[in-house]
Design a protein around this ligand. Sequence first.
Ligand code: ZN
Length: 131
Amino acid sequence: MDFQLLVNEAFRASQNAYAPYSKFYVGACVLVEDGTLIYGANIENAAYGSSMCAERNAIYQAYCRGYHKEDIKALAIVADCKPLISPCGACRQVLAELLNKDTPIILGCKDYFKVTTIEELLPHAFIGECL
Ligand code: ZN
């Protein structure tokens, strides 16, 4: 799997971010089993709580297209920042439910990337099996 390609595609997606308040442009790219790439960018709102993160936009769109966790091969999340971007708590909770625990999550900036998993990002997650 070409993680650098996914990082590059996620940066391309970040160009569609709507971030007039934070000026923090985030992109995400989901790779599914059939090779389809699904993009996401952060979309802000004057009512800040109505904003949505890039990675949730991408993963929700994947599900809206009929893909599910078993179809998702990787997720890249990128921003031009240091330290490396990392998903917020709400996104970690969503990813814990909508990704397999060992699906590669690539966190990228312009110079380098790191590969992790939701199990590493959110250990001991609260998931549906708890109910
Ligand atoms: Zn988030």
